[in-house]
Design a protein around this ligand. Structure first.
Ligand code: PMP
Length: 297
């Protein structure tokens, strides 16, 4: 991964100079919040997809750990655009992060100053296969009474890391995490959908990250006339689905080929293909009905 300039607390710096002390609070306790955002090439230049929604989630996630980001939403939006421009990027992945920096190392962050940074780089397809094989993890998605599933907090990702490492070690591409009731929660970095006879089912909010791609795909599917149900989805129901797919900013709409040893689809099924194409059109500015989701560079 090559990164040129990084925006850090108001300045564009060479990536090698965008550093933080080893005693940074967030490094020890996961006390940061971050986002993953994509920009796309459209026929009217570059555009960032749902930038405002991603920044809103960043502020909400930071607030969960009491971290107050000392930049206004408009300033961070402009910083995202200037990071892309400084790196000569149009089609890219953006990673804003805000975290508690260095002061003391007690668990309560007290006077640890907030640090805000934005990096951007070219990132092709995120999942290691066009149609990944996924493994049900022995690691349960963290309990909503222990952490805050709606928030994209750095420390939360140890749960994902354990699950995806386990899946990779067993020869799979991605992990499926169940919730504490044993129902489908989500993958390590994507939300999950099942398709059965033209009905699309996805787990409700509560144990999952409220994915911005998930929300977009639900909206697109309904606009295309599909019935979408946000309800409890068992692993067995997912395994018996006609089609299954995952959604995420990095992964976009990716068909799931296999769940454990059950073959789901050969490539993308018809519903997945339709939604993936619709999503591709929206993010690339080919569908004027969704122009409101694009921030032009
Ligand atoms: N779940 C998890 C755990 C994630 O890390 C992500 C990626 N941000 C998603 C779901 C998908 O969210 P989004 O569509 O907003 O990228």
């Amino acid at each position: 991964m090559e990164v040129g300039k990084v925006w850090m607390d108001g300045e564009l710096k060479d990536a090698a100079d965008a550093t933080t002390p080893v005693l940074t609070h967030a490094l020890h306790y996961g006390s940061g919040a971050f986002e993953g955002i994509r920009s796309y090439r459209t026929d009217r230049g570059g555009a960032i997809f749902r930038l405002g929604d991603h920044l809103d989630r960043l502020y909400r996630s930071a607030a969960v750990i009491g971290l107050s980001i000392p930049w206004e939403r408009d300033e961070l939006a402009e910083a995202c655009r200037s990071t892309l421009r400084a790196n000569g990027l149009t089609s890219a992945y953006l990673r804003p992060i805000a975290f508690y920096g260095y002061d003391t190392l007690g668990v309560p962050p007290r006077k640890c100053p907030p640090v805000t940074a934005i990096a951007a780089w070219e990132w092709g397809s995120y999942v290691a296969a066009a149609s990944p094989r996924i493994k049900t993890s022995r690691f349960v998605r963290f309990h909503p009474g222990s952490l805050v599933p709606e928030a994209k907090i750095c420390g939360h990702y140890v749960n994902s890391l354990l699950a995806v490492r386990e899946a990779h070690a067993a020869g799979f591409h991605e992990a499926l995490l169940l919730d504490h009731h044993g129902n489908v929660a989500e993958c390590s970095g994507e939300n999950v959908f099942a398709v059965k006879a033209d009905r699309i089912v996805t787990p409700p909010l509560g144990n999952i990250l409220p994915g911005i791609t998930r929300a977009t795909v639900i909206e697109l599917a309904r606009d295309l006339g599909f019935q979408v149900e946000e309800r409890t989805l068992s692993r067995d129901e997912l395994a018996a689905a006609d089609e299954a797919f995952m959604t995420g900013t990095a992964a976009e709409v990716t068909p799931i080929a296999e769940l454990d040893d059950v073959r789901l689809t050969e490539g993308a099924g018809p519903v997945t293909r339709r939604l993936a194409e619709a999503y591709r059109g929206v993010v690339r500015g080919e569908d004027p009905r969704y122009e409101r989701y694009l921030t032009r560079l």
